[in-house]
Ligand binder design. Structure first.
Ligand code: NAG
Length: 429
């Protein structure tokens, strides 16, 4: 849908430039009072307009499809889980632990999801902790576009170019804090990475079926509207090495946003940055009792989709946690436009948001108690919460990618289980 482009929001530039002394603090900019007032009014109007148009563009998943969203099950276990256990190790950039995490992601897709492409985005930088040494940072981008999207466009109506694809962009950082030594970062953010692996494998077969069906019906490529793809970013170097500043933080995401802003390609979108339909960032997830606010008025409609998925999954009995005292993971679906402030949490979305990308930030406020302590390890994860987040995110992505009717009834193909088993055994050696 080409009109999606209007969703990219004209005010986000106003949120840039916030500074903070640590990743905990809230970045707040101070436009003049009048300007802020006008921006707010405008934001309210546009928000209402968009809420009206996007509501029509989205068909909610049926209950049958929702019930087919697989649980991550034992694969998300902290000790034995094939998706999570191998990365519950220190993953400081440039170290062996970091490489092991990279291999985990690359092997997972290569073995189990070969239709996803892997694009490395490598950079180097000095850090205040490492002096003149250049530290390597490596982002991994796994992408699945419709099969008729061809790198070399020009073969006529039967193909589309990479620049014609609007990509739902799911992100988590895989690096861990440099100090304290031995810091694992289970909620920060090994568990979110594992959740994204689960999302990818859970939608893969349905994507194939949907695109096959579109082709069979002669609806692909569309030619007039943008195509819909999905990509998963495992970002490196989110953490500060000494203390959080604009230059000591977000090493991987800053470099990636810059590269994507300046890489031009043919198609509806002239850069990979413009091709991001929504930047969905997961962080600090896996501790019990999370409360994730809706941070941005301009993407509140997407937050509402996510909250609705949670609520419907709970009603269906598909989640394991109790929403205690009517306190779901996502409690702000009814937040009103005038209730939004300019506060947000500094994280990997910032370099993208500053460049006008729409952001949905899935991070709890307050942060989990274990935040940036040695207690942020596998033992302190709440397994039902980890599994429920994976389920909720999968439902959200399946809905976004319009997979209703294409989700297979069997939760996990047999070969996944076999792969998961060998992988666990291998990593135990
Ligand atoms: C990027 O770095 C990783 C190791 O960190 C390496 O395996 C990979 O081949 C590099 N890729 C490119 C394209 O340079």
């Amino acid at each position: 849908m080409a009109h999606c482009k209007t969703r990219r929001n004209p005010f986000v530039a106003a949120t840039g430039g916030g500074s903070s002394s640590s990743s905990m603090t809230t970045g707040i900019t101070r436009p003049t009072k009048h300007r802020r007032h006008h921006l707010l009014l405008l934001a309210v109007l546009v928000y209402q307009l968009l809420a009206a148009t996007t509501a029509r563009a989205y068909a909610p998943l049926s209950n049958v499809s929702l019930a087919r969203i697989p649980s991550g099950g034992a694969d998300l276990d902290a000790v034995t889980g094939a998706l999570l256990a191998p990365i519950l190790i220190p993953r400081v950039p440039g170290t062996a632990g970091s490489e092991k995490a990279q291999r985990h992601f690359a092997d997972f897709f290569a073995h189990h999801l070969p239709l996803w492409t892997l694009e490395w985005h490598n950079s180097t930088a000095t850090t205040p902790a490492t002096g003149h040494m250049l530290v390597p940072f490596a982002n991994l981008v796994f992408r699945r576009d419709p099969p008729w999207v061809i790198a070399e466009a020009g073969a006529g109506a039967a193909t589309a170019a990479p620049g014609d694809v609007a990509r739902l962009t799911l992100a988590a950082h895989y690096d861990s804090l440099y100090r304290p030594e031995g810091f694992v970062g289970a909620v920060d953010s090994a568990a979110p990475c594992a959740m994204l692996l689960h999302v990818a494998r859970s939608i893969d077969a349905a994507l194939t079926s949907k695109w096959d069906a579109m082709r069979a019906a002669g609806h692909a490529p569309d030619g007039l509207e943008e195509e819909k793809g999905v990509q998963i970013l495992f970002l490196d170097g989110e953490e500060a090495w000494v203390s959080w500043t604009d230059s000591d933080s977000l090493y991987g995401s800053r470099a990636l946003a810059q590269t994507w802003e300046t890489t031009e390609h043919e198609g509806i979108f002239s850069t990979p940055l413009q091709a991001i339909s929504m930047f969905v960032l997961l962080d600090l997830l896996g501790a019990p009792g999370p409360r994730v606010p809706s941070y941005f008025a301009q993407t509140h409609w997407a937050y509402q989709q996510l909250a609705a998925a949670e609520e419907r999954l709970r009603k269906l009995g598909a989640l394991e946690t109790e929403a205690s005292n009517n306190h779901p993971f996502l409690p702000e679906a009814r937040k009103r436009p005038e209730q939004f402030t300019r506060g947000f949490v500094q994280d990997d979305h910032v370099p993208f948001m500053e460049r006008g990308v729409d952001v949905l930030h899935i991070i709890p406020t307050p942060f989990p108690d274990v935040w940036h302590t040695l207690d942020d390890d596998g033992a302190h994860l709440d397994p039902p919460t980890v599994r429920d987040w994976a389920t909720i995110m999968t439902a959200f992505v399946a809905e976004w990618m319009e997979l209703d009717g294409f989700l297979p009834p069997v939760p996990l193909p047999e070969d996944t289980k076999k792969w998961a088993k060998t992988y666990t055994e291998k990593s135990e050696l």
